[in-house]
Ligand binder design. Structure first.
Ligand code: BGC
Length: 416
């Protein structure tokens, strides 16, 4: 309990935000995303990541803002294409850069959760077929070993790979991500299984060198719910969920992966849709997916409701491992909505913890407005606004609220 009688989150609960190198650092020229962005029509409004938030140079200022927001954790990714710009060639200047970044976080009292792959890969790797090519997992490992050896002393929490399901679907089915392929089911499957293998190899390598560290991955939990009580809609929702959770291939498989090669379950949850069986949609596996009527729709065009978080947490509790919410947030310019959403989602998380779900931390997506992949700079997920002309940062009211929550380790009575 706090002094004024509020219920606290467990001691040591991690309060953080989540980010990805390519979305914030800027000038990430050796990455496949950089090349992809230069092709006309790939990114909304013809934007490119270019300088992004210039976090590469302003990380001290950015971490000072996190400190001001009473954060005790931050999830960030290391950019493979900077560390290994050509196969087997490692850039010691870039390794030093990330040592400085991680050291600065620690100095500010902020525990890093480090993602090794968050959607961007070196151009040389993409040219060889990227994650769909035979041997992709092995090609990833020299970089992983380098990070283990040269940065591992600064990392206690590792996230090997970010959201293999989103990555493979967006790159090989919808074409929204590089390599921009469409309806390539075989490719999607190869990507998912190569990423699975890469996770296993990375898990083993990290644990051998740093046995006390916590290693997992971030699984994207898009919820699909039946549109009615009809059995056929239940089956449609089940099939859609299975396809989305294909990484790891099926729920049973998830169990195995988590048991054997994860110290925690990392979950990113944002949205849900309803599913109805529709015989007129053979190309979409006879499933019509649509937003939940009455639920608010974010700027990403998908419905989002805090009440779905308990469904996700309750499903994952069965895996028997600690849970970190590695991402959760809203794309909106309505910051009051963001603040309200934050308060509500965290009260659901708190209730789940009271019910015995072992949630150890919450990482809001994201600290500052940034380059939202194919959607460019138009999507605002941040607790901190970034002026696109001056790159000046300003903590939003939702960020101030989050700062209070983190400081109290409890929800204030009035959350917005
Ligand atoms: C990704 C982030 C992305 C966010 C919002 C997640 O799937 O990991 O990189 O910005 O969703 O779309």
């Amino acid at each position: 309990m706090t002094e004024d009688g509020k219920k606290r989150f467990p001691e040591g609960f991690l309060w953080g935000t989540s980010s990805a190198a390519h979305q914030v650092e800027g000038d990430n020229r050796n990455s496949d995303w950089w090349e992809f962005e230069q092709q006309p029509g790939r990114i909304a409004n013809g934007e490119t990541s270019e300088i992004a938030c210039d976090h590469y140079h302003r990380y001290r200022e950015d971490f000072a803002l996190l400190r001001e927001m009473n954060q005790n954790a931050h999830r960030l990714s290391i950019e493979w294409s900077r560390i290994e710009p050509a196969p087997g060639e490692f850039d010691s200047r870039q390794i030093r850069h990330y040592r400085d970044v991680l050291g600065e976080l620690r100095e500010q009292g902020i525990e890093p959760m480090v993602t090794l792959h968050h959607f961007s890969s070196p151009i040389w790797f993409a040219r060889k077929g990227g994650w769909s090519a035979t041997g992709a997992a092995h090609a990833f490992m020299p970089y992983v070993h380098r990070v283990i050896d040269e940065l591992g002393d600064l990392i206690g929490l590792w996230c090997t790979i970010n959201e293999p399901s989103i990555y493979s679907v967006n790159g090989w089915i919808t074409g929204e991500f590089p390599p921009g392929r469409h309806s390539d089911l075989g490719g999607t499957y190869r990507v998912a299984s190569n990423m699975h293998r890469a996770h296993e190899l990375a898990y083993g390598a990290i644990k051998r060198r740093w046995p006390d560290s916590q290693v997992g991955l971030s699984h994207h939990k898009f919820l699909f719910m039946p549109a009615s009580r009809k059995r056929r809609d239940h089956l449609a929702a089940g099939a859609a969920q299975l396809a989305m959770d294909r990484w790891p291939v099926a729920p049973g498989q998830l169990h195995k992966i988590v048991e054997a090669t994860s110290d925690y379950v990392g979950v990113a949850h944002y949205w849900a849709q309803l599913c109805a069986f529709d015989p007129r949609r053979p190309k979409e596996q006879f499933i019509r997916r649509f937003n939940v009527p009455g639920a608010p729709v974010t700027d990403m065009g998908l419905s989002s409701d805090p009440a779905w978080m308990p469904v996700v947490l309750n499903e994952l509790r069965g895996l028997g491992k600690p849970i970190y919410i590695t991402e959760n947030g809203l794309a909106t310019n309505d910051d009051e909505w963001r603040a309200r959403y934050l308060g509500e989602i965290l009260s659901h998380v708190q209730r789940a913890i009271d019910d015995g779900v072992d949630v150890r931390g919450y990482f809001h997506w994201t600290n500052m407005d940034n380059f939202e992949w194919a959607r460019g700079y138009g999507m605002h997920f941040g607790l901190i606004a970034v002026d696109r002309k001056t790159l000046e940062r300003r903590i939003k009211p939702s960020g101030r609220l989050y700062a209070r929550i983190a400081k109290l380790n409890a929800l204030p009575t009035v959350t917005h």
